[in-house]
Each structure stands twice: as structure tokens, then as C-alpha cells.
Design a protein around this ligand. Structure first.
Ligand SMILES: [Fe+2]
Ligand SMILES: [Fe+2]
Length: 342
């Protein structure tokens, strides 16, 4: 076979029609940013399996009923963010293919999708172990249980609003806008899990939070690397939109990092009071939830880091009066502006 030459029939070639874009075809693998290649390689080497956490050490009988409910509640709140991760990044991955982003951008998105699937599995497994049927498929009996069940329903009602918004936003927003939101989410996530890994007294949660925190830091690194490519070409319009996105990110992420700010989340008036009670049971259980003031301090530090990053690129930071942070007033946020990501 090796020495046999086959002849192409004569008659010329018809050029293939050009593929209308956006489209995942034609296939290609161009690389502009070596650093993203390196991060992707690293992400493959550090993959972990949530099933291998020492689950036998998480025993329902080690907690009171209220504590178990509190932990289930916290993981249900976390799931509003972390369990949206796979779908959010899977869609972003498809988007990156359709827009022919460089190959390592697509691969890094894929790796975030992979990691987020592990994070949501942690929510799933913890809830299955401590509160079978949770978050919502169980019959609440006591007042506390009814409060938890009802709050979770309201929370997911809001999550659903943001998902609808994201589906339209992902095609509408340019990469820098989308990525600023991702970057806020990853900054928040790495801050949260670092705090909780040091606060928890339970070995299963300790290992879980440490591993998730490490993933989130890598996600942050991916976002920062992509943004450093994108930010130099910003227009003033985009800068303004990013300022707004930063405020939207604060509003959205505060639900898990701290407490939801007034006036945006669509919640019944009793939500926050019940939320606080459930959170305090989870805190008592040794989950590692920091105090209100410690959470505020961590959130403030994370915001200061984001601020330092974006101001280098001439992007104004929004005012966050809830944390005594001054800046540009941004008050007109609607669900369409929220890019739900963690
Ligand atoms: Fe995550
Ligand atoms: Fe993440």
C-alpha cells in the first residue's frame, strides 16, 4: 500500500459552501493564549471524585433534626448557585464553539463545567444523606420544616427567573461583560469556600470545601486570564455595562455569601427571618458558616479585590451601600441583567 499512488480523477474541484456563522463548524484548534492551555492541563491532573469523600463519616444521628434541616437548607441555597454551574458553563461552552473562540477557552469552559458538576454532586450527596427527598420532594410537618420548604421554593423561583435572563444574555453580551460576571462569581465562590473550609469542624465538609475552593480559585484564574485579553479593547458602553454587572453580581451572590439585599430578590416578607433561623441551625451544626459580620468582612475584601482589578482597566466600581463601599450609583437592575454563575 505504501508505494502505491492513487490518482485523483480529473475534472477540478467545487468549493464547499461557506458555513454560515455562528456555527461550531468548520473545525479548528487555534491557540492564542498558552497560559490557558497550561491551566487546562492542570485542571485535568487535579480532577477529584466527590464519591470518594469520606461519606461514612457524615452520620445523620450525629446531628439534631433542626441541625440536619439547617444543613440541608444551606446546601439547597448553595445549589441555587453551584448546581446551576454545569448548565451555565455548558451553554457558555457551546457559545464559545459557535463563536470560534480559541481552543483553550473552549476547553477551560468545559473544565469548569466538569468541576461544577462535582460541586453540585456534593450538594446532592449531602442532602441525600441528611434529608432524603430534599430540597423539595418531602412533606414538611413542623413550623420550622414548613419554613425551610417554603423558603427553598421561593429561592428556586428566583433562580428560575435568572436562568431565563441568562439564556437571552449569553448571546447578547460580549465576552468581557459575560466574563466580568463569571469573575465576580468565582471571586465570591473562592472567598466563600476558603472561609468555610477554615470554619467547619466536620472532616467531610472540611475536605469538600477545600477541594471546591481550589477549583473555584482555578476558575477565577481562567476568568482573569481571559479578561486580560479582552479588557484592553473595551468601549465606554461596555465599561458602563460592566459596572452594572458588578452590582448585579453583588445582589445575586449575597444570598449565599451574606444576606440578600432589599428590593431585588422576589421574596415574601418572612423569608429573611426564617432564613436566619435555618442558617443558625446549620452554623450550630459545625458546617462552617461564618457570622454575619465575618461574612460582611470577607465579602468586602473580595469586592475590594474585584475593584482593584477592574479599575486598572478604567471600569468604575458600583456603589455597594450595604457594605459601605462607595462608587457609581446603579439602581436599575432587573432579572435579565443577572448572569447566574458560581
Ligand atoms: Fe462551583
Ligand atoms: Fe466556579
Amino acid at each position: 500500500m505504501a508505494d502505491r499512488k492513487l490518482t485523483i480523477p480529473e475534472g477540478g474541484f467545487w468549493p464547499a459552501p461557506e458555513v454560515p456563522q455562528p456555527n461550531i463548524y468548520p473545525m479548528e484548534w487555534h491557540v492564542d493564549t498558552q497560559k490557558l492551555v497550561d491551566i487546562y492541563e492542570k485542571s485535568k491532573r487535579v480532577v477529584w471524585n466527590p464519591a470518594d469523600l469520606p461519606w461514612d463519616g457524615l452520620r445523620p444521628e450525629d446531628f439534631t433534626v433542626e441541625q440536619r434541616l439547617g444543613i440541608m437548607y444551606w446546601f439547597s441555597v448553595l445549589a441555587n448557585f453551584d448546581a446551576s454551574g454545569p448548565a451555565v458553563f455548558a451553554r457558555a461552552t457551546i457559545q464559545a464553539f459557535e463563536k470560534h473562540e480559541e481552543d483553550p477557552v473552549r476547553k477551560c469552559f468545559f473544565s469548569i463545567t466538569r468541576d461544577e458538576m462535582n460541586h453540585e454532586e456534593c450538594c446532592q450527596r449531602t442532602i441525600a444523606k441528611l434529608w432524603p427527598g430534599g430540597p423539595l420532594d418531602w412533606e414538611p410537618k413542623t413550623d420550622l420544616e414548613k419554613a425551610a420548604h417554603n423558603n427553598i421554593g421561593w429561592l428556586y423561583h428566583n433562580g428560575g427567573r435568572y436562568w431565563t435572563g441568562y439564556n437571552t444574555a449569553v448571546g447578547r453580551y460580549t465576552l468581557p461583560v459575560l466574563f466580568t460576571s463569571f469573575m465576580m462569581g468565582e471571586m465570591a465562590a473562592s472567598t466563600l469556600f476558603r472561609g468555610m473550609a477554615s470554619g467547619t469542624t466536620h472532616p467531610v465538609f472540611g475536605e469538600m470545601f477545600q477541594r471546591i475552593g481550589r477549583d473555584e480559585s482555578r476558575h477565577l484564574q481562567i476568568c482573569m486570564t481571559i479578561l486580560e485579553n479582552e479588557w484592553p479593547g473595551l468601549t465606554d458602553d461596555t465599561r458602563e455595562l460592566i459596572t452594572k454587572q458588578l452590582r448585579a453580581g453583588f445582589v445575586f451572590l449575597s444570598m449565599i455569601l451574606w444576606e440578600p439585599p432589599e428590593g431585588f430578590w422576589d421574596l415574601p416578607p418572612y423569608f429573611l427571618a426564617n432564613h436566619r433561623i435555618l442558617m443558625s441551625y446549620a452554623r450550630d451544626a459545625g458546617l462552617g458558616i461564618l457570622s454575619f459580620d465575618e461574612q460582611a468582612d470577607n465579602w468586602r475584601v473580595a469586592m475590594a479585590r474585584v475593584r482593584a482589578i477592574v479599575e486598572r482597566w478604567g471600569i468604575a466600581f458600583p456603589a455597594i451601600p450595604e457594605l459601605d463601599i462607595d462608587g457609581v450609583d446603579v439602581s436599575d437592575i432587573d432579572p435579565e441583567d443577572i448572569i447566574p454563575v458560581f
